[in-house]
Write a protein that binds this ligand. Structure first.
Ligand code: SF4
Length: 137
């Protein structure tokens, strides 16, 4: 099983304690592998394709490419579930333009709760999250 990778380490995370805590965008899983796994999956029976990653999907530098592959191969709508911590990066917003739906979660309304609930990596706070709230470029 691949490592869990996220810019948060939420107290309730279904993945347990996040193994790689980072806000660095990289290619963690090559697009070819995602495409191969997609072809082997039962995607024809799905109503839509949801991108969660094994953590925060916007950390994937190839997210836009992956979304394009999904669109071209399946012609199904795609949804990305994100913790919204990287939406202040125009490159992330450009990648998300290839998704049909983007679901952003927000657990906290203050830095105190954010730190207690989501335990973000250094540099992420309510102000940085709020600065990416407009999903346009
Ligand atoms: S944002 Fe999601 S994947 Fe990341 S730690 Fe929180 S619950 Fe887990």
């Amino acid at each position: 099983m691949s490592h869990s990778i996220c810019s948060f380490n939420c107290v309730y995370c279904q993945l347990g304690d996040i193994q790689v805590k980072t806000a660095e965008r990289k290619i963690y899983v090559p697009t070819e592998k995602v495409e191969r796994d997609l072809r082997l999956s039962d995607w024809e029976t799905a109503d839509l394709v949801t991108i969660l990653g094994n953590g925060e999907p916007t950390l994937a530098l190839n997210l836009g490419e992956v979304l394009q592959v999904i669109r071209e191969y399946t012609a199904k709508p795609s949804t990305v579930l994100t913790n919204a911590t990287l939406l202040n990066d125009p490159a992330v917003r450009a990648d998300l333009n290839y998704a049909d739906h983007v679901a952003c979660k927000l657990d906290a309304a203050s830095d105190v709760v954010l730190q207690r609930m989501n335990r973000p990596v250094a540099g992420i706070d309510m102000a940085s999250i709020a600065s990416g709230r407009h999903l346009t470029n």
